[in-house]
Design a protein around this ligand. Sequence first.
Ligand SMILES: NC(=O)c1ccc[n+]([C@@H]2O[C@H](COP(=O)([O-])OP(=O)(O)OC[C@H]3O[C@@H](n4cnc5c(N)ncnc54)[C@H](O)[C@@H]3O)[C@@H](O)[C@H]2O)c1
Length: 410
Amino acid sequence: MSQEWTRREFLQRSAISAAMLSFGAWTARANEQDRVKIGVIGTGQQGQNLLRQLMSLPSAEVIAVCDVYAPSRLKAAEIVGDKARVHTDYRALLDQKEIEAVVIATPLVYHAPHAIAALRAGKHVFSEKAVAYSIDQAKQMARAAREAKRLLQIGHQRHYNPIYIHARNLVQQGAVGRVTHVRALWHRNGSWRRPAEPADERLINWRLYKEYSHGLMTELGSHQMDMVNWFLGELPSAVTGFGGIDYWKDGREVFDNVNVLFEYPSGVKVQYSSITTNSYDGYGEWFMGDEGTMMLTDENKGMLFREPKAEKLTWQDEAKKEKVGGRDAVVLDGTATQKRDLGPGEQLQYGENRNAYYLELEDFCRCVRTGTTPRCTVETALPALTTVLMANEAMQKRTRIVFKPDMFKV
Ligand SMILES: NC(=O)c1ccc[n+]([C@@H]2O[C@H](COP(=O)([O-])OP(=O)(O)OC[C@H]3O[C@@H](n4cnc5c(N)ncnc54)[C@H](O)[C@@H]3O)[C@@H](O)[C@H]2O)c1
């Protein structure tokens, strides 16, 4: 496959760069009056992360927080200071007329009810991934947003991660040749259990119970399968797999290990695994083609390994390299690979204070003000949900499930 730019690639590249650069320019212009007045529902681990991003975002002003659990409320109040009202009932937060937009970081089962109530109260909504507990609920969320004429963004932050955007561009330009296989994995060594008083067990460890979550596939796999579908530009046609509660026999109801194989219409096969008893492989996504492998790890590093028989890329000599396991890796960074992708003078906006969470919330505020569409809507996120829910069903029923096209469409 040719490594030279085509006009189409160049235009795609320019559009992405322009979009990324414009986030920054818009934020710089935001003044006090432009700030989007925000309420945050669910201020546990992720809610606190999002609150910190919002506090450093010039285009946002957090004026209310809400959580049913006192320690989470206390943490939120510490982060936002005394300017925000603190609620225990999300409906009281939604009654606050001056709130324009709501950020939702509650357990999966509440995403749809909380988001739909917020939309009906006239608020714009940013809701965490996975989009919803069920395909039907995700479709209801999309309908509620359409009816309310409000924005509904979903928190799959990798869509805003410059490393992923960069890697996808390179894969689509043929940097690994024709992709035939993908491996995506999230391997940890730990129970995934948080310490909790018996009375709070389900509130704290909601991920382990079917009433609230679908376990590893929705909580971890949805992020990664979202990216796999996005990189491949197609959706799976069938899935089979094996999962079990085989190690952590502690009353949990969701699998402690999942091993799944997806088939795609083009013939690509995708292996997904998430385990809780060994961390050697860590987490990431590997796109394997007949000319190379694009390996993304830890959500912050991209490496390109060319196959020994593949021709050298025109820009390969200029690129930063690293030895990994005795092999040469081209590191995706701000030097040669970026110049190739983004063009001279443009920068990957990434770093401690400009991470993907910051970028997705910055774009949320921009979209609220400008009426434009964010990168991750229900339309974007529903296919990822369908992909992982059908994988769970295949594992539960120990069978091969064929996807139906209407499962992916809002
Ligand atoms: N995008 C990411 O990278 C990322 C990372 C972690 C978590 N998440 C998502 O964020 C969400 C929250 O995850 P977490 O790790 O913060 O969980 P968590 O348990 O730490 O926090 C959830 C919070 O919601 C509160 N809550 C529960 N029911 C509520 C209700 N009815 N009203 C108000 N508050 C309620 C809980 O008390 C808790 O404080 C999940 O959907 C998760 O998938 C996303």
